[in-house]
Design a protein around this ligand. Structure first.
Ligand SMILES: Cc1cc2nc3c(=O)[nH]c(=O)nc-3n(C[C@H](O)[C@H](O)[C@H](O)COP(=O)(O)O)c2cc1C
Ligand SMILES: Nc1ncnc2c1ncn2[C@@H]1O[C@H](COP(=O)(O)OP(=O)(O)O)[C@@H](O)[C@H]1O
Length: 322
């Protein structure tokens, strides 16, 4: 998969392509169907499939301070869409100028002049251009004029829930925010992943018998509600070839009220290992919520509960999808 930032450096002799456009935060099951459709159309026509996305999130540019919690970093989004068969991951820097480009001008300049779109695939609720004036109908009209096909794909619902839940990034953010990581995983088609770098904490964990890797997370990362979770701890080794390990972990999200902490922390006790993770880039896949964050009267009571958390983590990950 090629990765482009902006449209200034397209390869020479760039021909036609199939384009799908969106923020695609989470690359959830609805996104997966849409992208799958674009990839199939591209294959049928013998053309490359270009996925166009934006950075930063358009909401932040249109209404500063309104950046939604981010389900996937740009790097993770690229990884996930590559698995779906996308040929080009194209990131358009979303600037105030771009937000003011009228819909028809965006189509003409970006989709037609630059990308030479033969087909454009978007969700049926897709809007674009200044004041979100462009929609699937206007895209279709412009496509007839400029010679590309438009496909407005239907939104995908969860059949297990009787179609009551339509998959969307907003719905998944609310699941994560409420700590319902199982519902988030159903909508994503995989557990919600939080990435981070391991930093120093208060140096207390080891004395408790549970050293924890404290994660420093990206600025807008979607962090599950305070509580204790069974997770998979993902660590990519430094060897050649790099080996990725997925280890069971009991994870605490919260301010450590037992010790009257103030900062909200994400800490992972990785089961059955004793290893230095400081400075490492790691990730947590949130599989199940075990309980809420509690303030214990004594350190011993906390330790007893952590032992139970570890046992439940073992059980959940042995029987579940983890
Ligand atoms: C599985 C697990 C469950 C935890 N549950 C709680 C809890 O309910 N209440 C609390 O105050 N701290 C809880 N903690 C956080 C500990 O207080 C924290 O790991 C300890 O203070 C070490 O902090 P440090 O890594 O900054 O040294 C939990 C930690 C783990 C790993
Ligand atoms: N099983 C383990 N799970 C998590 N971290 C571990 C484990 N074994 C060793 N460590 C290391 O110990 C550190 C945590 O020790 P801890 O006493 O909790 O200090 P801190 O407060 O700095 O996190 C981790 O950052 C990691 O480098």
């Amino acid at each position: 998969m090629q990765r482009w930032r902006g449209l200034e450096n397209l390869p020479g002799g760039w021909g036609r392509c199939v384009v799908t456009i969106g923020v695609f935060d989470g690359v959830h099951r609805g996104h997966q169907q849409l992208i799958g459709r674009a990839v199939r159309m591209a294959r049928e026509r013998g053309l490359p499939c270009v996925l166009m996305t934006f950075d930063p999130h358009p909401a932040e540019v249109v209404r500063p301070g309104s950046h939604p919690a981010q389900l996937t970093t740009l790097r993770r989004r690229a990884e996930l869409v590559e698995e779906l068969g996308v040929d080009v991951f194209c990131v358009l820097p979303f600037t105030p100028e771009l937000s003011r480009v009228p819909a028809d001008e965006f189509v003409h300049e970006v989709l037609v002049d630059r990308l030479h779109a033969a087909a454009v695939v978007v969700g049926e609720n897709f809007t674009f251009g200044h004041r979100a004036a462009g929609d699937v109908a206007s895209l279709r009209r412009l496509g007839e004029r400029f010679g590309f096909v438009t496909e407005g794909a239907g939104l995908v619902s969860d059949s297990a829930e009787g179609g009551a839940i339509t998959f969307s990034s907003t719905y998944i953010r609310s699941c994560v925010d409420a700590g319902d990581v199982a519902a988030a995983a159903r909508a994503l088609g995989r557990p919600h992943r939080l990435e981070g770098i391991v930093v120093r904490g208060d140096g207390r964990g080891r004395d408790l018998g549970f050293p924890t890797a404290n994660l420093s997370t990206p600025r807008f990362a979607a962090i599950p509600a305070d509580g204790v979770y069974a997770c998979r701890f993902i660590h990519v080794g430094h060897g050649e070839p790099a080996v990725t390990r997925s280890l069971p972990a009991a994870v605490s999200v919260g301010t450590n009220p037992t010790f009257s902490g103030r900062e909200r922390r994400v800490e992972a006790y990785v089961l059955d290992v004793n290893e230095d993770f400081y400075g490492e880039r790691v990730a947590l896949d949130f599989v199940a919520r075990l309980r809420g964050m509690e303030r214990f009267a004594t350190t011993e009571a906390l330790i007893d509960e952590m032992r139970r958390d570890v046992e439940r983590t073992r059980q959940v990950l042995a029987t579940g999808e983890g």
